[in-house]
Design a protein around this ligand. Structure first.
Ligand code: GLA
Length: 422
C-alpha cells in the first residue's frame, strides 16, 4: 500500500493527503451459477484485492493510472443522469492523446479497463450520488480473467473511490459506513456495482460484488441471493486449507456463453411455472417438482435446470456440514458440484477437469471443483493441511506435462470485505 501511495506521487506529483480504498476478489467454495436464479452461494473474500490511491480535485474528471495495464486514461463524470465520456487516453510514457469529444457510451479511445469505473460512475450518478473528480493510481493482485472476480473487485473499489472523493471528510473504515454516509446500504451498493457489470456486458448475479463488500476474515458467507440475507460461517483453518489453482487458461468467458446459460435458466423457470405458478426463478423449483416434470423440458434446458436445482440443495447441505465440522461431506459436495458443472451445465473444460482429477487423487484432499463462471480460470480444493504440499507437487508434476500450461497454486485465507484503508 505504501508503494501505491508512492506511485501516486510519482505519477501525479501531488503532495496532498492520499486516500486508499481496497476491495477483494473472491473464491466461491460451492454454489456456482445459482446466484442469477435467486439461489444460494458460499463464497469467501480473498486476500487478494484491487486498491485505488486517490486525491480528489475540483475538475469533474476521473484520471486513472492503471499499474497493471501501464496505461493512463481519463473520463468526465456524468452530469446528472448522463453517460461518462472519455477525455484522454494514453500509454504510459507517451504524450497524451488529443481529447476525444465524449457522449457516446463506448468511445473508441476507452481502454477496456476504464469501462468499469465509468459504468460505476454512471450507476452511482443515476442513484442520486453527487460525484466529484479525482486523480488515482489503481493496482491489484487478483489475477485478471481467472474466475476470481477481478472485475467485481475493481467495480467495488471504483465505487468506494468515487464515494470517498465525494465525501473526503469520511474517515477510514468499513465500506458500509461510507455507503451509509451517502444514504446507501452496503447491499444497495453491491447491486449498483452488479448493474455496472451488466452494462459492461455480463448479466452476472450478485455474488461477487456482495462478497467483495461483505466478506469476513476467516469466514465463508452462506448467501441467499434472493433476499441477500447471509450467515458468516467460520472456516476451520487448522483442519482444512482452501487451495486455489489457476489453470492458466484465460477465462474464455465470452459474455455470450454466460448470458446464454442465464437465458436457459430463465427459460427453464418459465416452462416449469406451468406446473406451479409460484415459481419465479429456479430457486423456487424443488428437487421433487423438477424430477416429476423434467421430461417436459427440452434436453439442454433440463440439464441446465438439474444443475441449478441440485446445486442449491448442495449449498444448503454443505453449510450444515461445515457447521457440524463434517469436512469430508463438504468435500464430497464440492466434487458433486464440479461434476454437475462439467456434465449438466457444461462450463468446465479439459484443463479444469484435469486439475480436479489430479487433486482428487491426492490423499487428504477432501474435494475439488472449478470456481467462478468456468470456461477456464481456477479450481478450488479443500485439503487437510498436511495434504497441501503433496497436492502442490502432484499438480506441478502432472499438469504442465498433460496440459502444456504452467499452473499457479496457492493457499488462500478468507479475508475481510472492502474498506477505506486510509
Ligand atoms: C461469475 C458471476 C457471478 C456468478 C458466477 C458463477 O463470477 O459474476 O455472478 O454467476 O460467475 O457462479
Amino acid at each position: 500500500m505504501a508503494d501505491l501511495v508512492a506511485r501516486f506521487r510519482d505519477v501525479f506529483g501531488d503532495s496532498g493527503p492520499v486516500r486508499v480504498v481496497r476491495a477483494p476478489g473472491r473464491v466461491n467454495l460451492i454454489g456456482e451459477h445459482t446466484d442469477y436464479s435467486g439461489g444460494f452461494v458460499m463464497p469467501m473474500a480473498l486476500d487478494r484485492a484491487v486498491r485505488i490511491a486517490l486525491v480528489p480535485h475540483d475538475r469533474p474528471v476521473v484520471a486513472l493510472w492503471s499499474v497493471q495495464f501501464d496505461e493512463r486514461a481519463e473520463f468526465r463524470l456524468p452530469s446528472g443522469r448522463g453517460t461518462p465520456a472519455v477525455e484522454t487516453s494514453r500509454r504510459a510514457g507517451t504524450r497524451p492523446a488529443r481529447a476525444v469529444p465524449g457522449g457516446e457510451a463506448e468511445p473508441a479511445g476507452a481502454p477496456h479497463w476504464l469501462r468499469y469505473p465509468m459504468k460505476v460512475a454512471e450507476v452511482l450518478a443515476e442513484a442520486g450520488v453527487g460525484l466529484r473528480g479525482f486523480r488515482a493510481v489503481v493496482d491489484g493482485d487478483v489475477p485478471v480473467g481467472s474466475g476470481l472476480s477481478s472485475s467485481a473487485a475493481y467495480e467495488v473499489a471504483s465505487a468506494l473511490a468515487l464515494l470517498v472523493a465525494a465525501r473526503p471528510d469520511v474517515p477510514a473504515g468499513l465500506a458500509a459506513d461510507l455507503a451509509e454516509a451517502h444514504g446507501l446500504s452496503a447491499e444497495r451498493l453491491a447491486e449498483l456495482c452488479q448493474e455496472a457489470e451488466h452494462r459492461v456486458g455480463v448479466r452476472c448475479g450478485i455474488m461477487d460484488q456482495f462478497v467483495s463488500l461483505h466478506g469476513r476474515a476467516g469466514h465463508a458467507l452462506v448467501l441467499d441471493c434472493r433476499d441477500l440475507s447471509f450467515e458468516a460461517v467460520p472456516l476451520p483453518a487448522r483442519e482444512a486449507k482452501v487451495v486455489v489453482t489457476d489453470s492458466g487458461v484465460k477465462r474464455r468467458l465470452s459474455s455470450g456463453a454466460y448470458n446464454e446459460r442465464r437465458r436457459q435458466c430463465e427459460e427453464g423457470a418459465e416452462r416449469l411455472r406451468e406446473f406451479d405458478p409460484a415459481i419465479r426463478e429456479l430457486r423456487d423449483v424443488s428437487l421433487a417438482l423438477f424430477e416429476a416434470r423434467a421430461d417436459r423440458l427440452p434436453e439442454i434446458i433440463r440439464r441446465r435446470c438439474r444443475h441449478v436445482v441440485t446445486e442449491n440443495a448442495r449449498v444448503l447441505e454443505s453449510a450444515e456440514a461445515l457447521k457440524a465440522g463434517d469436512l469430508a461431506r463438504f468435500g464430497e459436495l464440492m466434487n458433486a458440484s464440479h461434476d454437475s458443472l462439467r456434465d449438466d451445465y457444461e462450463v468446465s473444460g479439459p484443463e479444469l477437469d484435469l486439475l480436479v482429477e489430479i487433486a482428487r487423487g491426492v490423499g487428504g484432499v477432501m474435494g475439488s471443483r472449478l470456481t467462478g463462471a468456468g470456461f477456464g480460470g481456477c479450481t478450488v480444493t479443500l485439503a487437510r493441511p498436511e495434504a497441501v504440499e503433496p497436492l502442490r507437487a502432484a499438480v506441478l508434476e502432472h499438469y504442465p506435462r498433460r496440459a502444456g500450461l504452467e499452473p499457479r497454486i496457492w493457499v488462500s485465507e478468507a479475508a475481510a470485505g472492502a474498506a477505506v484503508e486510509v
